[in-house]
Ligand binder design. Structure first.
Ligand code: ADP
Ligand code: MG
Length: 230
């Protein structure tokens, strides 16, 4: 599903540059639940942003499905992102003046799905995350865990090939984190390929593979016996 070969990324720093990803190699098969671990500054978000087509890489190659992802104009990138990828962030990134249903509907709006179908689908995905009754509530009326479940419904509604989550439990207490990871495990069991960036060991143990980054290189990549979140 994902093929990364000799991936390099640097950020310009005045007249020098900061070499953040230093030749990464790894593949992710369909249906895997992969934790990307590493301490702060190790390059996790940089990698996830490249995988999510939110940023370009400098060298090497990235193939998603059967498409080689390389520098493309923003219109094309946005189209691919919408079609292939779902995103979940630590800070939820919900639109505060839109209710839960309207937030979940958004990706379908950009896909040009009809209004009726949009709302039906969004409601189904809200139901899947256990929040059908909360469809008309604003994010400010929801708990952190509920907000993250809305964000997960929004990430799933476009039926992406891959779900990318950057510290999805980073803003949640430990019980709520487990509930969110339980949901992520269920979505994975249903067949979705998922990558979760985390710096928490117990969250990583709930995945089926751990890729560990240190100073921009992969220092460990192992399959593990997955722990149940709940
Ligand atoms: P992590 O998510 O593992 O904490 P990041 O990928 O965010 O790490 O950052 C890796 C390194 O790259 C850090 O030293 C960070 O300061 C630097 N960095 C991240 N984004 C940028 C950017 N847009 N411009 C310059 N440096 C950046
Ligand atoms: Mg980060």
């Amino acid at each position: 599903m994902i093929r990364i070969e000799n991936l390099h990324k640097s950020y310009p720093m005045g007249n020098r540059s900061l070499h953040v990803l230093k030749g990464l190699n790894f593949n992710v098969e369909e249906g895997e639940l992969v934790a990307i671990m590493g301490s702060s500054g190790s390059g996790k978000s940089t990698l996830l942003n490249i995988l999510g087509m939110l940023d370009n890489y400098d060298e090497g190659s990235y193939t998603l499905g059967d498409v080689l992802i390389k520098k493309m104009d923003e219109t094309k990138a946005a189209k691919y992102r919408n079609k292939f990828l779902g995103f979940v962030f630590q800070s939820f990134n919900l639109i505060n003046y839109k209710n839960a249903l309207e937030n979940v509907v958004l990706p379908l709006y950009y896909q040009g799905v009809s209004r009726k179908e949009r709302e039906e689908k969004a409601l189904k995905y809200l139901d899947d995350v256990g929040l059908k009754e909360w469809a008309n509530h604003l994010p400010t009326e929801l708990s952190g865990g509920q907000k993250q479940r809305v964000a997960i419904a929004r990430a799933m509604v476009g039926e992406p090939k891959v779900l990318l989550a950057d510290e999805p439990t980073g803003a949640l207490d430990s019980n709520t984190s487990k509930e969110v990871m339980d949901l992520i495990q269920k979505i994975n069991k249903a067949g979705k390929t998922i990558l979760v960036v985390t710096h928490e060991e117990d969250i990583a143990q709930m995945c089926s593979r751990i890729v560990r980054l240190k100073d921009g290189v992969i220092v460990e990549d192992k399959k593990i016996k997955q722990k149940k979140a709940l």
